[in-house]
Design a protein around this ligand. Structure first.
Ligand code: PCA
Length: 326
């Protein structure tokens, strides 16, 4: 090798060493819900925004519908660094700490303004609990209000006794029990099969999940009770986040803030459009009878009181901050 060639080789090697930040980072992102669900569409947009803002240097691939990790595994997978980033339904963590299920108590916050105030009141505690596990919260987006799907109209709440009920977290399980129903946990993607095989015959979920599971194939009545707005959260493994160059960290945070704002708007818009889609597909959309509304409200009061007891000082602080914001 001539001297100049050797110099050139050395210069090339040094340049490569000096530019490790230019190496592309590829992140796999497990999520629980299907591609047609607005949360997933919002996440795809978030991933696009991150890719664009980092000139393709941070490349997030979304693995929807539990295809990489099942919903119950996603949080631990991200905590252990098996996946750097993920999404879950926040209240699925209720068994770890009651703070995580504040958004799943019936009628505590049953509109977007209230849900937003409740999120502002509970976000610091949620953020801290996740941080304690090496997770950094990126954003949260609510589902539209949760309403009741039945195979036939019920005006007397006594008719719910013994009905098998599809639950998706401990709060929906408790609500079913309080109304005399028999809860079974079923992931959103398994709803059609659970109804088709007779495992369940009623559920409470958003009009969005009603549409994505084609609820008109196995239920006929949508009782518009709009009782709570549970949230999905997107979070990142803190070590993986801190390993990113600073400009990519900023890009991720900015895309997250945009996804949170966009997601809340998408959710609110879905409330009307997806309820209309249920009606268009033949479901009768009805208001609850006074007796049913009373039974649900009483269950909500019981659940609020029990939650406060379980959540202790942290719960009281959240409710005080929530009330002060209203
Ligand atoms: N859809 C999810 C959670 C809440 C909702 O509206 C589900 O039914 O599993």
């Amino acid at each position: 090798m001539t001297l100049s060639l050797r110099r050139l080789a050395l210069a090339t090697a040094l340049t490569a060493l000096a530019l490790p930040a230019a190496a592309q980072t590829a992140w796999d992102m497990p999520t629980p819900y299907g591609d047609t669900v607005f949360h997933t569409q919002n996440i795809s947009q978030f991933a696009n925004d991150v890719r664009e803002a980092t000139d393709g240097q941070l490349d997030i691939t979304v693995h929807s519908a539990g295809s990489l990790f099942g919903h119950p595994e996603i949080k631990d997978a991200v905590r252990r660094g098996l996946a750097p980033i993920g999404e879950i339904l926040l209240s699925r963590l209720a068994n770890e700490n009651p703070v995580f299920e504040a958004d799943s108590i019936p009628f505590l916050a049953d509109g977007y303004e209230d849900a937003s105030a409740l999120w502002a009141a509970s976000r610091p505690a949620v953020e801290q609990l996740l941080a304690d596990q090496g997770l950094t919260l990126l954003y949260a987006v609510p589902w539209p209000g949760q309403s009741l799907y039945l195979t036939e109209e019920v005006t007397d709440p006594a008719a719910l006794q013994g009905v098998s009920f599809r639950a998706y977290n401990t709060a929906t399980e408790q609500l079913a029990n309080l109304l005399g129903m028999v809860p079974t946990q079923v992931e959103a993607g398994d709803i059609p099969t659970a109804f088709a095989t007779g495992r369940v015959s009623a559920m409470m979920t958003s009009p969005s999940t009603g549409v994505s599971s084609q609820a008109w194939d196995f239920t006929s009545v949508f009782v518009d009770v709009n009782a709570w707005l549970p949230k999905n959260v997107v979070f990142v493994n803190t070590d993986a986040f801190e390993a990113l160059p600073e400009d990519q960290q900023t890009a991720l945070m900015e895309a997250a803030a945009a996804a949170e704002a966009r997601g809340w708007e998408m959710s609110e818009a879905e409330t009307a459009t997806q309820t209309a889609a249920l009606a268009d597909n033949g479901m009768s959309v009805v208001q609850p009878s006074d007796a049913l509304a009373t039974a649900l409200a009483e269950a909500g009061e019981t659940m609020t009181a029990e939650w406060l007891e379980r959540a202790g000082a942290a719960g009281t602080a959240i409710l005080e901050a929530y009330e002060a914001a209203q």
